[in-house]
Ligand binder design. Structure first.
Ligand code: F6P
Length: 555
């Protein structure tokens, strides 16, 4: 395929289009009765178990999807990513988040230079700094140890670390290492979020970490100035040096802000914001909270998936299979959304993180043109959303069961972080939770027919309401446990799945121009608010609607 050819013009794409009719003729109920087919749709790797037999697909579909991968040069694209080629062509950057979790002795080049030693230099600096803070040898301006941390950042500089922190907050090993410390996040510029982030904290014992790749993001910089003022007002301006540190690629702006560059932790242009949780963006706040050894396990889990992604044959490669199935669901079966349904409260912030890329998926693949700038004649990207089960079952699952068809990812954990056994009860809380994890995919796949309802003597007038069409695809991913290592695995699977989708669709999953327009319009509004407030200038340059609303706001 020539580089400017759209994937939809290739023969494998056309073959898959034609194959849709065959698949639509077969109900999942029938597909599930073929145990050989089911067996071929299960993969195990490093303690993880993936079952994708409840996808509306058969072995023939999978073969055709692998053909599509070949037509899209998927293997070459993955290799280019791992070898540091500048595959993010609109920003002229490499995409090397895999280097952030590579073992110390690995060699990963960007522009002919091995970046792994630089990565480890920063990791070692984080380890050493966190040790000093956690042991109380680094103290605040009044000589007290810093036991609480507020991490200020937004988007990728927030959602990934929040997801990992939430997942570890109930893991006994991590909790023991936290030793009563608190980690909070401040993302929204809304003053309510500011208040929530510092309520009950004492500036004397608080460390603020300002996290921004660019160090220019309006919300983060305003929030950072607000917290700088909070510290200065309580402890004097000289206290900032002891109570504020930064994570950024722009160390000059960090210094201009008033943070000592020695207390800044670098990362690099080749790390996309939404792929930055394994850089100092996540590693610093998480290590302050849990200690570096716990966070190192998270990096190792992600690295294990990186190696699997780079080397496993596609038919056994978890991120590749997930990516291909997403393309099948979105571009061929026409299902534009995906529900991410972890049956673990500890993963409650996983879906919000994946939404962006999620932060990984929607910021990455929400694109309308190919990597060469050609408008796509097909839809790319998915609408990701989710909520832990069983909570979601009592809200939006109705839509998934009897309304729109939304492919679901069920994520379950074999052993709970917090098992509860009630005397006399044979089924524990976790068993109860997992009973739902196992039942929901079958409810979606099989549905319930009018014949079944009739045999259950359901009154005729209720039959249309109680019928479930079934044939609704899902996949199930079972994790052995949820510790730092498994959280790293989960993160990397989804990051790479998104990359696979983008590689197949032929888009650039690593830029995000779509967020710029809103940002620049907000800056015009901000300027107008400032002018109107300071010199009473009339509102101008906006349409009738915005002018009217701004006038009302200023009144
Ligand atoms: O608005 C999108 C975005 O550019 C994300 O990609 C990024 O993670 C976030 O803003 C924050 O950017 P920064 O880390 O530069 O403050």
């Amino acid at each position: 395929m020539a580089s400017s050819t759209l994937i939809c013009e290739t023969q494998p794409w056309k073959t898959l289009k034609a194959h849709v009719e065959d698949i639509k003729k077969t109900h999942l109920r029938d597909l599930m009765s073929d145990s050989e087919r089911c067996k071929s749709m299960m993969v195990e790797f490093d303690g993880l178990f993936l079952d994708y037999s409840r996808q509306c697909a058969n072995q023939d579909t999978m073969g055709k999807l692998l053909g599509l991968a070949e037509a899209a040069h998927l293997k070459e694209k993955i290799n280019k990513m791992f070898s540091g080629e500048r595959i993010n062509i609109t920003e002229n950057r490499s995409v090397l988040h895999v280097a952030l979790r590579a073992p110390r002795d690995a060699v990963i080049n960007s522009d002919g230079k091995n970046v792994v030693p630089e990565v480890w230099k920063v990791l070692d600096k984080i380890n050493e700094f966190c040790e000093r803070v956690r042991s109380g040898s680094w103290v605040g301006a009044t000589g007290k140890a810093l036991k609480d941390v507020v991490s200020v950042g937004i988007g990728g500089s927030f959602l990934g670390p929040l997801f990992v922190h939430t997942a570890l907050q109930t893991d006994p090993e991590a909790v023991a290492c936290a030793k009563g410390r608190q980690l909070r996040f401040l993302a929204n510029v809304d003053p309510i979020d500011v208040a929530k982030s510092i309520t009950g904290l004492n500036p004397e014992t608080t460390l603020v970490v300002v996290v921004s790749k660019t160090f220019t993001t309006a919300e983060t910089m305003l929030n950072a100035r607000t917290l700088r003022e909070w510290i200065s007002a309580a402890l004097g301006p000289q206290a900032v040096a002891k109570h504020m540190v930064a994570v950024s690629t722009n160390l000059t702006l960090v210094e201009n802000f008033g943070i000592d560059p020695n207390n800044a932790f670098a990362f690099w242009d080749w790390v996309g914001g939404r792929y930055s949780v394994c850089s100092a963006v996540g590693v610093l706040p998480l290590s302050l909270q849990y200690g570096f050894p716990v966070v190192e396990k998270f990096l190792k889990g992600a690295s294990s998936i990186d190696q699997h992604f780079a080397s496993a044959p596609f038919e056994k490669n978890i991120p590749v299979l997930l990516g291909l199935l997403s393309v099948w669901n979105v571009s061929f079966l026409g299902y534009p959304a995906r529900a991410i349904l972890p049956y673990s409260q500890a993963l409650e912030k996983f879906a919000p993180h994946i939404q962006q890329a999620c932060i990984v998926s929607m910021e990455s693949n929400g694109k309308g043109v190919s990597i060469d700038g050609v408008p796509l004649p097909f839809e790319a990207g998915e609408i990701d959303f989710g909520e832990p089960g069983t909570n979601g079952q009592h809200s939006f699952y109705q839509l998934i069961h009897q309304g729109r068809i939304i492919p679901c990812d069920f994520i379950g954990v074999v052993k709970s972080q917090q098992p509860v056994y009630l005397k006399g009860e044979m089924v524990s809380n976790h068993d109860e939770l997992m009973s739902n994890f196992f039942a929901q995919p079958d409810a979606l796949a099989y549905g319930k027919t009018s014949e079944q309802l009739l045999s259950e003597k359901v009154p005729q007038h209720l039959i249309p309401h109680k019928t479930f069409s079934g044939n609704r695809p899902s996949l199930s991913l079972l994790l052995p446990y949820l510790n730092a290592y498994n959280v790293g695995q989960l993160l990397a699977i989804y990051e790479h799945r998104v990359a696979v989708e983008g590689f197949i669709w032929g888009i650039n999953s690593f830029d995000q121009w779509g967020v710029e327009l809103g940002k620049s319009l907000a800056s015009q509004v901000r300027k107008q608010l400032n002018n109107s407030r300071t010199s009473g200038e009339p509102i101008e340059g906006f349409n009738y609607s915005t002018t009217t609303m701004l006038t009302k706001y200023l009144e």
